[in-house]
Design a protein around this ligand. Sequence first.
Ligand code: MN
Length: 425
Amino acid sequence: MKITANNPNRKSWLKVEKHSDFPIQNIPFGVFLTKDDIITIGSRIGDYAIDLAALHQLGYFEGIPLTDDIFMQNTLNDFISDGRTTWRLVRNRIANIFDIENSKLKENKEHKNKILFNIKDIEMLLPVDIGDYTDFYSSKEHATNVGTMFRDPDNALLPNWLHIPIGYHGRSSSIIVSGTKIRRPHGQTIPNNASQPVFGPSKLVDFELEMGFITTDANKLGKSISIDEAEEYIFGMVLLNDWSARDIQKWEYVPLGPFLAKNFASTISPWIVTMDALTPFKTESPEQNPKPLPYLQQDGKNSYDIKLQAAIKPKKQEETIVSNTNFKYMYWTMTQQLAHQTVNGCNVRSGDLYGSGTISGPTKDSYGSMLELTWKGTNPIKMNDGTERKFINDGDTVILRGYCKNDKVRIGFGECKGKIRKAKM
Ligand code: MN
């Protein structure tokens, strides 16, 4: 089926600012709360939130096989379960309804009042009920930086890294939507040169600039998803800040890996940008040498050119951009990650979230965490307000942004932000 929603020449009758992340070519999906306390599934064009439940009720999705209440839900899980054909039909239809050449809704004031909301008048909610969360470790630059800092610069990558998309199973209960404030966590840490741990607030709270992808239910337990079919089961992507308490992490991670250092909060952006919308921005991923095992081999363009940025905004001060990177630097692709995740027969479900791992680029200003940007705190970042940062201070808001751009279209993810509040027991 043709993705007519991606037509780069299409214009909407809704006003879209020039540098908006949400032109009519984006049409992301999310869940929002209206002023009247109604939760609905929605989309967005420019600064307008579109109530898809109202659109459906008023007959605008006629001819598309959808259950009556598919958009009258507080998560996207059921819609995602409907599969790629349905996602495409719905996105194509939304593009058609809001096309500048189509006056049907444009000239129906009563319907518009029920369907359109100013983005300032709604509250974005977590878009999916996340059953399972996996976090990968797929940036070679990031893994190399961490290996260099903590182990051995000459053998920074462990022997398995170039053969396996390394990951661990995280926790979904503490995944929160952008804008939710985060309490600085308490935990056990080991002071330098000490033999006994101490307990208290983490002193080294960090961000991890990541992206996440969300799957539909794809396979039964015991069956794997091949790399060639993996793409079909990926609904879309979000920005992900995998907040990390480095001092807690350092003491707890041996031998089973991250635990409480990573599950006090993980923030995602509220609008899921579909893989269909991202198609024009496909690009090649880095060459893989050695060649991975056959079940992980693929040809062609399997990554995406997504420009990414991290900024820190101290309380009542202007922000400082601390990193500019790109999703295309990821060594392992999403389809390789999904093929690997399921190669043993592990089943994935609708609404599951898969984190890329911290996305670091080749240059020092393209690293995706304060750990790397300040090299363990040895090289503090100068902020625009005159202060310095080694890690994240109380009152700081970390903002992640991401967008794709070609000659004709720019689509983006909006913001993924969270503020660190002071510790409290
Ligand atoms: Mn991570």
